[in-house]
Design a protein around this ligand. Structure first.
Ligand SMILES: *Cc1c(COP(=O)(O)O)cnc(C)c1O
Length: 382
């Protein structure tokens, strides 16, 4: 599959395209999608993914968490709308307004400062168009957003009436849509819909309603509304182990591959790696793999977990170091420079993010986000 490298993340763009396709098939006709590509596309690389999606008609745009992420996309020539899902600081507002970056607003002060920036920009140009913002509504996360009370409504109305900006979207975020029991998510959805209705009764309309995250897309079709925000599912990972894996079959987008750099026999009684936490009980063959927690491969996989070599599982022995770890390859005929699969497929065997997440005590989202900058990404299948 590859030239030799310490460790490489292969990103299968065809799997990502497949995941969008199967999600889209589960949506009501006309519902648009936001591709959530924060944390550099959950570790997969935001720019190549956005490039692939630029020409896709049902993708409204992208969502990120930081203005720096939006900047990286614009610098790469990405033109679709970009929504920053979290708080943004006023230092960035002028650049955001100029570049079609939608801030999430939820206080009068934020919206006012953003509107002032757009007013200044409009003075310098003939166009004088208002800038789009998205209003966050808190219906159960207690994170950001106006509350769905009269007070929250007053804030929303004040923002809606500001010059130089307009509410392009109103959204909320589910806290528990990934659970089998959807009653909490349905409760949030109803509160959100009621809040949007009250905005409309007060003369504010024409905005996009969006509340579904990945879990909502998969299992809560009644929450489609105008638009949905697809995150973890883009990358072929299910939001939780309570989600049905049969109804919509996602394909994992990331594989991690390495190569054996050293093979040797050790006699019984030989300790392996820091702390001597593993001691050979018999003579064994040991292979050294040039990857470690410095690459985001969790140290908590020490003496747990496997890699695949020649289509077979080889167990990790001893502690995972920053840049290397050892596996037991006794009787496997392994040689130096054999390919090693840390994540993904080799023949009939597969190591999934779910498996590594469970073994390492890392949340699957966290596992892929934490694959380090030192790991080169290679894009295939486009
Ligand atoms: C991260 C995030 C998403 C995507 O969540 P997934 O569970 O990965 O689909 C959607 N909306 C908001 C507001 C987010 O912060």
């Amino acid at each position: 599959m590859s030239k030799h490298n310490r460790i490489t993340a292969y990103i299968h763009l065809d799997a990502i395209a497949h995941n969008f396709h199967v999600m889209k098939e589960n949506l009501r006709e006309g519902v648009q999608m936001v591709a959530v590509i924060k944390t550099d596309g959950y570790g997969h690389g935001a720019v190549p993914i956005a490039r692939m999606l630029e020409s896709c008609d049902y993708i409204w745009g992208y969502a990120v968490a930081a203005v720096s992420e939006a900047r990286q996309l614009r610098e790469a020539g990405i033109v679709k709308p970009i929504l920053v899902l979290g708080y943004t600081f006023e230092e960035d507002y002028a650049w955001m307004a100029q570049n079609g970056i939608r801030p999430t607003v939820f206080t009068v002060e934020m919206a006012q400062k953003f509107a002032e920036c757009q007013t200044l920009l409009n003075k310098d140009s003939d166009a004088g168009r208002p800038a789009p913002v998205h209003l966050a509504v808190d219906t159960g996360m207690s994170r950001i957003g106006v509350s769905d009370t009269q007070e929250g409504l007053n804030t929303a109305l004040a923002i809606a009436h500001m010059p130089s900006i307009f509410i392009e979207g109103v959204f909320t975020h589910f806290a528990r849509a990934d659970e089998k029991n959807k009653s909490a998510a349905i409760g949030q959805m109803k509160r959100f819909a009621a809040f949007c209705d009250r905005l409309e009764e007060n003369g504010v309309g024409g905005f996009l309603r969006h509340c579904s995250n990945s879990a909502g897309i998969l299992e809560l079709p009644e929450a489609n509304m105008d638009m949905v925000r697809a995150g973890i599912t883009v990358y072929g990972i299910y939001p939780s182990d309570e989600m049905d894996r049969e109804a919509i079959r996602l394909r994992p987008a990331m594989e991690l591959k390495s190569h054996v750099v050293y093979c040797k026999k050790i006699p019984a009684g030989t300790p392996v790696s820091y702390g001597g936490t593993f001691v050979a009980e018999r003579e064994m063959e040991v292979a050294t793999i040039p990857a470690g927690y410095g690459d985001g491969y969790p140290r908590s996989l020490s003496n747990k977990g496997n890699v695949l070599i020649r289509g077979k599982r080889a167990p990790i022995i001893g502690r995972v170091c920053m840049d290397q770890f050892m596996v037991d390859v006794t009787g496997m005929g392994v040689q130096t420079l054999d390919e090693v699969t840390l994540l993904g497929r080799d023949g009939a065997e597969e190591i999934t993010v779910d498996e590594l997440g469970a073994l390492s005590g890392r949340f699957p989202y966290e596992f892929v986000c934490d694959i380090g900058k030192r790991v080169p990404r290679t894009y295939c299948g486009a």
